[in-house]
Each structure stands twice: as C-alpha cells, then as structure tokens.
Design a protein. Structure first.
Length: 541
C-alpha cells in the first residue's frame, strides 16, 4: 500500500468521523444500525480499493540488477568506464570547491582574531605608558611647588605671599625665620618611580679568583656595593662569535639566569653608553649581575685596533664599582674552546653560590689562558690577517644602522649613582723620604746633559723614490700605505700587504717592475697596481 493510498484512506476516515460527530452529537440523532453500516462501508472501501489497484492496474517493477552493457561489446564497456571516471572526478572537484570557501573563512576568522588581540595589547601598552608619563609630570609639578613653598608653623606659605609679608614688618619676618622648618628632601616613598628597592651585592665574593693580565679576565665587586640598573637598548653591531656564544650560554644557564644580549648602561649625556656583549642576571635571591665580553684584537672591516691593554680597565672599573662581575674571553678562546669557556663561567657562579651544580661541564678541562695584547701585537696581527686565518672567514663591508638612544640618566639611575663608592682600585701612596735637616750640608752634583733619543727615519716617498720603496717592501715583506689613483681617476688611501711583482702586463709592453700585486685591505682581495699611479706611499713595518 503506497503512501498516496494511505493518505486517501485516512482522509475518508476523518470525514466519516466528522459526519458522525455532527449528526449524533450536535443534533442528538442516534441510530446504531446506520453508524455501523457507515463505518463498515468506509473501512471496506479504504481496504478494497487500494488492493484492487495494486492487483490489477499497477505494473510490476523488476528491481533485480540487469547488466546494462553486454560483455561481448568492449567499446561499450570502455565508454561506461570513462563515464564513471568523469562523474567521480567531477564529484571530487565539486567537493573541493565547496570545501574551499569554508577553509578561507576559517583562516580569515583566525587572522581577524589575531588582529583584534594585537590591537588590544597595543592599546593596553599605550594606556600604561600614558599613565607613567602623567605620573612623572605630576611629580615634577609637586617638586616645583615644594621648591616655591616653605613651612611656617605647620602652614605652607608661597614665596610670593612671603615677599609681601616681608615688606609689612621686620618683626614678623624675624619670627617667621625662627619658626621655619628646613625643607625635607623627597623620600623614595613619595616618589613611586624612584621607589624601587635599590639592589646591592648581598653575598660574599671572597672565593672568586680574579685575573687582570691574561684571558679569561675576571673582575669582581665588593660585598654590599650598589648594583646599577640597565636598559634594554643597543646601538653597536654584534661581534662575529657573539650570537653563537649567546645561544650556548642560554642553553646552559637559562634555568638559573636571565640571558640578555641587548642591555646598556647609560653614563650621561654627550657620551656613548656602555653596552655589554652578554648579560647574565640571576633569578634567585642573590643579586648576581655578570657582564660577559668577547674581545677581538681588531675590527674585521674597519681594521681598527680594539681591546688593547689597558684600554678596557676604566670600563671594567665602572662595572665593578656598580656591583657587576666582568668576565672577558678572547675570540680565539670562544672559537676553539667554547665548552671550556662555559665551564669557567660555571666556576665563577659556583664560587658565589655553593648550592650551584656545575653538572656535565666539570668533565671539561680548564681553559687555556691567553695573555693580553698591546697595540704593537694587535697591529702585527692585523697586518697578517690573524682573525681571518683562525676564523676561516672574510669580513665584508656593511652599513651599520645608527639608532638614536637617549643617554641621559633617569631619576632612578641618578639616585643609584649617588650611592656608588668607587672601590675598584685603591691608589698606592709611595712613601717619601724625610727631608734632610737644615744643619746637613747640601751636596752640589754636576748637571748631566739630557739624553736625546734618536729620531726614527720615516720611509716614505718624500725621502726616497716609490720604486725603491716598493722593491724594499717586496724583498723584506713589508706592508705599505699609499695614495693611489685608479684608471677611473678615483683617488683613495689603501693599505697593501704581501707585495710581489707581477708579469700580468708584460705582454702589453710594460717592464717587469712597472706593476706589482698585493692583498688590498680596503677591497679584502688580491689586486694589481701600477707604480706610476702612486702619488704618495710609506712603509708601515
């Protein structure tokens, strides 16, 4: 029985029920024989009519699967397979096309959410910054008002009112002077910006062994000295090995220390700030501040001599007086013994804190010490490309970005500087001999002529010919500095080492000694030069 026949039978039954209700309920006519006849006829009709239709009029549908393609016809089989493949492929492409907009909307929702979170964070930071600026301006106003007022008998009187009262009577002025209370200095409690607790060296540094004349250089502060705070800004470019050593320190010491590579200590307006290479700040109760430096004998690009002893002594004194440890390694030590350098830092920390565990670093040997270099040794290393040889690296020119940094001391930094007591070096006073008594005879000694040191002769083109100087540099392996004009008429000062004559231009009619080759420190490569284009030269060694 189909759905249509069911609906028809239900409708007929409903109509009969309505008729029965209308006739026998509302009008009160009740005849049992009529009711039974009607109900019987309706039920019989609703059953017999669909059954007659199903038996005689509806066609039978054969639902058994019939092969639509004959097996003997391969062309039809191939066509059927291609049709099935195209339908499946179209269905897949349609599914992908419907899924693509859902993916795009999901990504767009994530991006919008991230943008909203970033905007809320920036707004929160701006509000906090505005609050701090307003608080500082309010403090400046209160400071100015405190300067322009004084307390008389517990009442604040401004200086303008006081001037008017002074002109009235002299007696009132004398009484006011007697009753005035001296102006009190502003305490950190009234100054919330400078109210941060000043940190001090709250441990003994007796067990730390220092070293000054050889690497690693170790300097230590004195107990109870003030610790100067730092800022998170930096202007100088990082050294060649600095990033590698920073990563190694962070992997080993990040559990107990905060590792920072962009710190600086301002020392006042008009002066460059001190920028440590790497800073280690302890996370525990002990206030351990360590400045780690990596020293190179000269700059890779500018060839400027650096860290020549005693160039960094005053800088180290500045940090030590302000509660910092200073540990200096040479670049050669970092390159060849980086694990031993980490072990040296761990030894310093364990000497400060007995509970600190050195761990696996104790398996490494102690670091091979290296003596400090002076300017003459650094100049020699620069002439033979000492750094390039052990680093196996050629330094290329670069444009260093210059950031404008405010180096003026803040109020908190000034308050810390007032508590600094220089103790890095105690001056040694030489004992002077007592003066001879008046009764002792004065011995007259003959005056000796001052010994004049011989003047060293400068080997340059003003005293000798360029050809002779070049021949001397080639034979004795001297480095030279010359003012040279190239074929494009560009004049520049160049530094050349490893000179030798070249036969490159002899086939063009030039003599053997008209050209020479050498390593140019400006271009960082070997180049050829013409002798007649040299305007001025001198021998450096």
């Amino acid at each position: 029985m189909t759905n249509k026949n069911r609906v028809i039978s239900i409708i007929v039954i409903c109509y009969t029920l309505i008729f029965v209700n209308y006739v026998f309920v509302f009008k009160g006519e009740y005849n049992s024989e009529i009711i039974f006849k009607i109900v019987f006829l309706v039920c019989a009709a609703s059953i017999t009519i669909p059954s007659i239709y199903l038996l005689f009029f509806k066609k039978e549908v054969d639902n058994t699967p019939k092969p639509s393609i004959e097996k003997d016809d391969p062309i039809k089989v191939l066509e059927k397979a291609t049709n099935v493949f195209t339908t499946v492929k179209s269905n897949k492409s349609a599914a992908k096309a419907t899924a693509r907009p859902f993916k795009q909307t999901y990504k767009s929702r994530i991006e919008q959410r991230n943008k909203r979170q970033e905007a809320a964070r920036i707004l929160k930071e701006e509000k906090e910054l505005d609050r701090l600026i307003a608080l500082e301006e309010k403090q400046k106003k209160t400071a100015k008002e405190s300067k322009n007022t004084r307390v008389v008998k517990g009442v604040k009187i401004s200086k303008t009112k006081e001037a008017s009262t002074k002109s009235t009577t002299k007696t009132a002025r004398v009484k006011a002077k007697k009753t005035t209370v001296p102006k009190k200095t502003e305490t950190p409690k009234n100054n919330p910006i400078a109210a941060s607790i000043k940190k001090r060296v709250n441990f003994s540094t007796y067990n730390v062994i220092t070293s000054i004349t050889q690497y690693p250089i170790i300097r230590k502060p004195i107990q109870n000295s003030i610790i100067r705070s730092f800022r998170l800004e930096r202007n100088n470019r990082k050294g060649f090995k600095e990033e590698e050593f920073y990563d190694a320190i962070k992997r080993r010491f990040s559990k107990n220390f905060e590792i920072i590579d962009n710190a600086m200590l301002a020392i006042g307006t008009g002066t460059n700030p001190y920028e440590p290479d790497i800073v280690m700040v302890s996370k525990g109760e002990k206030n351990i501040y360590i400045d780690i430096e990596i020293d190179e004998p000269y700059a890779g690009v500018t060839r400027k001599l650096t860290h020549c002893y005693p160039e960094d002594v005053n800088r180290d004194n500045y940090f030590v007086d302000r509660g910092w440890f200073v540990i200096r390694f040479s670049e050669y030590q970092i390159h060849h013994q980086i694990k031993e350098c980490l072990f040296q830092i761990a030894k310093v920390v364990s000497a400060i804190d007995a509970n600190y565990n050195v761990g696996r670093l104790s398996a490494y040997k102690s670091l091979i010490k290296e003596p400090n270099w002076d300017t003459s040794k650094a100049r020699f290393w620069e002439s033979i490309n000492y750094r390039e040889s052990y680093l196996n690296h050629v330094f290329k020119p670069y444009k260093e970005p210059k950031n404008i940094i405010d180096t003026a001391l803040t109020r908190e930094e000034k308050s810390e500087e007032r508590l600094v007591k220089p103790q890095a070096y105690i001056p040694i006073v030489k004992k002077t001999k007592p003066k001879a008594s008046i009764e002792k005879k004065i011995e007259v000694k003959p005056i000796r002529r001052p010994v004049v040191a011989p003047v060293k002769k400068v080997l340059d083109s003003n005293n000798s010919s360029v050809a002779k100087l070049i021949e001397m540099a080639v034979n004795k392996n001297y480095a030279i500095e010359m003012t040279y004009t190239n074929w494009g008429e560009e004049t520049s000062t160049r530094k050349i080492s490893q000179l030798k004559y070249t036969k490159e231009f002899m086939n063009k009619g030039y003599a053997y000694k008209d050209h020479f080759a050498g390593f140019c420190h400006n271009r960082l490569e070997e180049r050829s030069f013409k002798v007649s284009r040299i305007e001025y030269m001198k021998i450096l060694n």
